[in-house]
Every structure is written in C-alpha cells, then in structure tokens.
Design a protein. Structure first.
Length: 616
C-alpha cells in the first residue's frame, strides 16, 4: 500500500471520528430542543389559557353577585349590559377556542367539550335572567352558582392536567439529557482513545523509517558503506530501502576498488598543478576555491589556507587582483577584448594573460547550470612577449616616421617631373610616372596607417573632444571621397533622420573613420551603383551607417574583420590593402566611448556602423 493511501486512510478515519462525534451531539441536542419546544407549545400555552379563563370567570361571577345581591336598581339593570362584563365574556370565549385547538393530553378533549357545553348552559342562564329581568338571589344560588362552580372546577382540572404534563415531560427531558450526556461521553471517550492511539502510532509509522534513513545517510557520509536499511512495509519506504542498499553496495565496491587509484591521481594532479609555471586557481560551480598553486598565492599575496575552501567573491572583496580575475564570473558576460594584466611581481612590473576555462561534464561545449561543474583561472606570464611587442611597435613607429621624409621627396620630384617647364615627357614616361605616383600614394597611406597603429598600440591616442554636428562628419568625409566615387560612377546618398543633437567626438578621427568606411564601400561597390549613409538618434548615441551593395562579407569573417592585418581571403586581387584601416577605426571609436560593428550577407552588400555619444 502506498504511503499516500495510508495517509488518506488515516486522515479519513480522523474525519469520520469528528463527523460521528459532531453528528451524534447534533442529533441529541436537536431532540432535546424539539422536546422542549413541544412542552412550550403543548402544555405551557394551555396553562396560560386556563389562567386567563379563571380570571375572566372570576370577573363574570363578581358581576353576577353585584346584580343579584345589590339593593340598587341601576346596578341590577346595567350590570350585564356593561362593556367590561361583555369583555370578560369575550376573553373567556377566546381562550376557550384557543384551548380547543391545543389538545395534547389524553382525556383533555372530553374535558374541554364538557367545559364548552357547561359554559353554553351557563350563558343561557345568564341570558334568561337578563331577558326575564330576574334579580332574585335565589335564582343565582339555585342556577348560576352551581354552574359557576362546575365550570371553575373543570378549568382547574385542565390547568392541573397540563401542569402535571409539564412536570412529567420535564422529568423526561432530564432523563433524556442524562442519557445524551452518557452517550456523548462514551462516544467521545472512545473517539479520544482511538485518536490518541492513532496520533501516537501513526506519526511514528511515518517518521521511524525517515529517521532510520537520515541516520544511514549520515553513516554513508562518514564513509561507512556497510550501512543497510531493512523496511518491510510494502510501500515506498521499502522501495527506498532497496535503492539505498544498492547505492551503498555500489559505493562500497567503488571505495575498495578505486580509492587507491583516485588518491594517487589526486596527488599526481596536485603535483602537476604546483609545478606549472602559470598561476592556476580552481573553483567549483558555486565559486568556492578548490585549489591554488604556489605561483597564484604569490601573485595574490595570500596564503593557501586563506584561499582554499573560501567563497571567491568574499576573498575578492579585499583583494583587487582576484576581483579582476573573477569579474567575468560575477557579471556573467565574457570579456571580448582580453587585455593583459600588469602585476608587480619579483620587484618589477610583469604582464600576464588571463584565461578563464569553463569545466563541463563530458567536455561539452554547451555551458549551462546542468553540465557546468567548475572553473579554472590561469595567468600566463607574457612579459617577454609584451616587451617584444613594444619593441616592434617602436620599430614600426620609427621606420614609418623615417619613411615620411623620402616619400615627401618622391612626391615633390614626381610633381616636378609632371611640370612641362622641366621638359616634355612621352607617353611611356607619363605612364611610368603615373604608376610611381600611385605606388607612392599607396606607400604613403600605409605609412600613415602604421603611424596611427603605433599610436594606438602605445595607448597614446590623443583626442580633441568637442561638440560636433553629425552632418559635419558626413560632409567632410563625402567631400574628401567625392572624386573617387565619381571615377566609378558611384552615387552617395545621405539620409539624416530628424534634427540630430551634437555628439562628443574628435572631429578629425571621426571623419577619418567615416572616410575609411566610405572608401571601403566605394572600393567594393560595382560601377554605377549607389552608397547610402545614414545617421539617426539611438538612445544616448548617434548611430552612423555606411551601406554598400557590393560583394558583401561572409559571416565566418565578420567577427575578425576588425583585427589588425586581417584581410578576407579569396577577395578580388585588385582590392588590396594593409588590413589596418578597420582595426584603427575600432580603436578610434572605442576611445571616444562608442562602438563599431558590421552587418553583411554574401552578394548582398555590407553595412558598417559606428555610434558616438551625444552631448548631455
């Protein structure tokens, strides 16, 4: 039998006991109420009627005595005609009628009929005395007085009969009340006894197996896998005991078969982690620190005992480095631009690359609460690479700067060669000069981008933030590239939505970004096509977009399009570039507090957009 069924039966039994006790009490109380009501309705009313009739009869007799015994003529003649006398007759008759409708006792009907007949006879005697003007006292004592005594005696007999009935029924009510008290006491005692037994035994029936299960689980947690449960209740507890015993048996087998191997693997893993040259911090899914290697403790400036077993956010509240390391875990957002961390270590500033590894069940790539089991934080020392990168940046900046002077000389020389005053050139020479001019312009552009890149990499982006009209940025860029667009018969359409507020931006760098996006759009647009430039308010930002209808960019390359030196493979060989323009644009826009992105589909064109904050 299921535990739910047993609980239902037990609760149904208690409900039945309550209903039985309440129903029995209600039944007997209702019976007592009905008996009391009958006493009031049947006998008490009759007693009331008799008393009223006796009063009226006494008054009637008093009027008779006054008539037949008075010496005054006016009294003799007017007694029976007085309103009060007639009123007493009326009272007697009305109560007699009510009594006729309230016959409740044996023999009461015959007595009431006799009383009614005698009263009628009595009235006839009164009417005869009145009609015949009889005023003799002998008539009263001979006819009226005896009839009065008979009627009065019958009224008293009815009164006594109902009084005795009231007493008898009251005794019956008392006896019934005693019986009800006894019955209810017996039933209540039985119900209380059964309920007490049920209350004492039934919870134990449920709780004892649970207590046994709790104690067994505690023993299992102490690695006592010999613990077993034995329930013979033929319900869920028995099924639970079977499952528990199977689990304990499997744990016992696992303990004895794999414990040594597990301990060996654990020690080996700890040794490997401690010998690693990278700082390692392991956390469980609840962000509790599981392990740290010596290098991590040195970088954090904390001992292993103050870290292992602690809740990482609590430790991070007093440790800036750990707070930076677990920021991704606390916000739930993965860092897109993973910059190196500068940490003072071994008396010098060293640079470390942070990596967050999500540990999942079965190495699943999908990360959610069900398959996530922990995290591993690693800090890799990249100081040497950082120094090399700085040397490379300085080298590029130096070379680019040095190349600007000879390039300027080449441009000046080309300009002089094109001057007809120096000498006339043939077509072959003009073509060669044109090619040299194009290559020098291309080389000049590359040098400019390298200089901008070195400025970005050194973190020395100098911004001249000012209030700028959005239309001004678009106008300067389109004017600069109007000739290039006309050469390909590409039309440029500008669409500004409403009256746009000013933005906080560096005008030169913003125009440079817009011109770079527009130049790319012209480059990859077919001849006789169009380019659309949009600007609209988007919250607290103005969004600028450049839409072309060229070859587009495949989705797999869109995430890398803003990386340095990245170029889309398989593109038209004539569409060459350095792969620096978009990377520099990204740095310029983000330095001004905005962002840049691309939307594109293959053979459907590309839409490059960037946003700049508005003036507040």
């Amino acid at each position: 039998m299921k535990i739910k069924t047993k609980l239902s039966i037990g609760l149904s039994f208690l409900f039945f006991v309550i209903v039985l006790l309440g129903g029995t009490g209600a039944f007997y109380l209702n019976q007592l109420a009905n008996d009391s009501k009958k006493v009031i309705q049947d006998n008490y009313l009759s007693v009331k009627f008799m008393k009223e009739m006796l009063k009226a009869l006494e008054s009637i007799n008093a009027y008779q005595t006054a008539r037949f015994n008075s010496t005054r003529t006016d009294v003799k003649e007017n007694v029976f005609n007085s309103p009060s006398f007639k009123n007493q007759l009326k009272i007697f008759e009305e109560n007699l009628k009510l009594q006729k409708r309230n016959i409740t006792e044996i023999g009461e009907q015959e007595l009431v009929n006799s009383l009614s007949n005698n009263y009628e006879e009595y009235i006839k005697l009164l009417e005869r005395a009145e009609n015949e003007k009889i005023a003799d006292a002998d008539y009263y004592f001979t006819n009226l007085a005896p009839m009065y005594d008979i009627i009065r005696a019958q009224v008293f007999e009815l009164l006594n009969m109902n009084m005795e009935a009231i007493i008898r029924k009251s005794e019956n009510l008392q006896n019934t009340a005693k019986k009800v008290t006894i019955y209810l006491s017996i039933i209540g005692l039985v119900c209380i006894t059964i309920s007490l037994v049920f209350i004492i035994r039934f919870p134990a029936y449920i709780s004892n197996p649970i207590n046994s299960l709790i104690n067994s689980i505690i023993e299992i947690s102490k690695r006592n896998y010999e613990q077993r449960l034995d329930f013979k209740t033929n319900d869920e507890f028995q099924e639970l005991a079977i499952s528990f015993n199977q689990m304990a048996e499997k744990l016992n087998e696992y303990e004895h078969s794999n414990l040594a191997k597990i301990l060996f693997e654990k020690r080996r893993n700890e040794l490997i982690i401690n010998q690693m040259k990278d700082a390692i911090i392991g956390l469980d899914k609840h962000k509790n620190i599981l392990f740290v290697n010596p290098l991590a403790t040195k970088l954090l400036g904390l001992s292993e005992d103050s870290l292992v077993g602690k809740y990482a956010p609590d430790v991070a509240s007093t440790n800036d480095l750990l707070r930076n390391l677990i920021q991704e875990l606390m916000t739930g957002e993965q860092e897109k631009d993973k910059k190196s961390l500068a940490i003072y270590y071994e008396n010098e500033e060293q640079h470390f690359a942070k990596e967050m590894i999500y540990i999942t069940k079965d190495n699943s790539k999908e990360i959610n609460d069900k398959n996530l089991i922990g995290y591993v934080l690693s800090l890799k020392n990249i100081t040497k690479f950082h120094e090399l990168d700085e040397a490379k940046t300085n080298f590029i900046a130096t070379i680019s700067h040095e190349l600007k002077t000879p390039l300027s000389s080449i441009k000046m020389s080309l300009k002089l060669l094109e001057d007809s005053r120096i000498g006339k050139l043939n077509q072959e020479q003009i073509k060669l000069i044109s090619n040299v001019k194009e290559e020098s312009q291309r080389l000049s552009k590359i040098v400019g981008e390298l200089l901008d890149l070195s400025q970005v990499e050194t973190g020395n982006i100098k911004l001249a933030i000012q209030e700028v009209e959005p239309a001004q940025i678009i106008s300067y860029a389109t004017d600069a590239l109007k000739f290039q667009a006309n050469q390909k018969n590409v039309s440029i359409e500008t669409k500004l939505t409403g009256i746009l507020p000013k933005v906080q931006a560096d005008l030169d760098k913003s125009v440079w970004v817009m011109a770079n996006l527009l130049a790319n759009a012209i480059k990859y647009s077919p001849e006789k096509s169009k380019i659309q430039i949009f600007a609209f308010l988007n919250g607290k930002f103005i969004t600028f977009s450049v839409q072309d209808f060229g070859i587009g960019i495949e989705k797999q390359y869109q995430e890398r399009i803003f990386e340095r030196f990245f170029q889309i493979p398989h593109s038209d060989d004539t569409q060459t570039g350095t792969g620096l323009g978009l990377a520099i644009s990204k740095e310029f826009i983000e330095a001004q507090g905005g962002k840049i992105w691309v939307e594109s589909e293959r053979n459907s064109g590309s839409k490059f957009s960037f946003s700049l904050p508005i003036m507040e």
